[in-house]
Design a binder for this molecule. Sequence first.
Ligand code: FAD
Length: 331
Amino acid sequence: MKVQENFNLKKHNTLAIDCYCDQFILVENLHDVEKVMPYVGKQGFFILGSGSNLVLTKNIEKPVVHLVDRFHARVVDGLTIVWAGSLWSDFVTWSVKKGLGGIENLAAIPGTVGGAPEQNIGAYGTEVKDTIVWVEIFNYRTGMFQRLSNDECRFMYRTSIFRESENPWIITRLAFELTPHAEINLDYDGLKQELEKNNIIEPSYLDIATAVTSIRQRKLPDYHEIPNVGSFYKNPIIDEKHHKKLARKYDDLISFPLENNHFRISAAWLLEKCGFKGHRMHECGFSEKHALVLVNYGNAKGKEIISLSKEAIRSVNQKFKIKLKIEPQIV
Ligand SMILES: Cc1cc2nc3c(=O)[nH]c(=O)nc-3n(C[C@H](O)[C@H](O)[C@H](O)COP(=O)(O)OP(=O)(O)OC[C@H]3O[C@@H](n4cnc5c(N)ncnc54)[C@H](O)[C@@H]3O)c2cc1C
């Protein structure tokens, strides 16, 4: 375990916001997890993965715990058990190369394996909840390791028990059910075409992960070059009546039918219609490549980014009577 005081977090969040924390505690293994306990006072602690789903609006005045991002996975009795500090993209690459399916559609999502359950990461018709069997946590209040089953994690669209409340937990390991027989999912628009373009008729899990990675590279700005946290808003849900009204007015409306006569609307479409694609305010703005992505052009502060994001929420609400919700966690 390594502890550094007054630590700069700019390289530890993908929006590259210049903020500090009082203490940065690097946890290198399961033994270290318990050693963090004496550092956790009344103020608690903050767990930082890759910082790819965070907007830092101020310095963090409590210990920041970070699991080393060394990849470690092993298969035990048919379950794949992974160290939470491992990078998610390394895990996907490892699994598809082994011919294990289930997470190939989630290729190239930044972040750590431990950060994935918090908002139940999803892309191209797949969510991480579909393959998680259990999540191991260390509870700083009880000093005990514990396992939460998939049901106990209360996964839903972009949320879970880890997001609902402030828990005294650190996720240490996760177990996944990945198999060579997992059904493939090519329903998402564009994925089939990408494979066909490369003359792939019967794609392997590796082919799918490669296709997803190519599409993402084309569609999204690279956070190494233009810092961002991916989608800044969740896709909102509206009822049938509201949907009908919009569909009558806009023949290019992008929406997906859900159960109970509800529809999920593309937040990117709403933002484009309000003119936010490419809209810039000082050091931050909405990406020219994708309206859903807020980017830091240089030295934007977290508060500026939040202020711009609220301007868009107001504008969308005014035009469409739909309230967008911010996806990343504001710290
Ligand atoms: C370019 C880009 C594209 C993206 N695309 C997608 C996408 O397609 N789909 C999607 O769902 N998300 C996407 N994201 C968002 C992000 O990648 C995911 O939410 C990711 O899982 C966050 O992981 P992280 O390790 O960076 O977590 P962080 O951002 O560091 O933390 C997020 C939250 O998780 C908690 N946390 C992190 N690690 C642990 C742990 N070990 N134990 C307990 N709590 C922990 C933190 O305390 C915090 O509350 C994208 C982000 C970027 C930058």
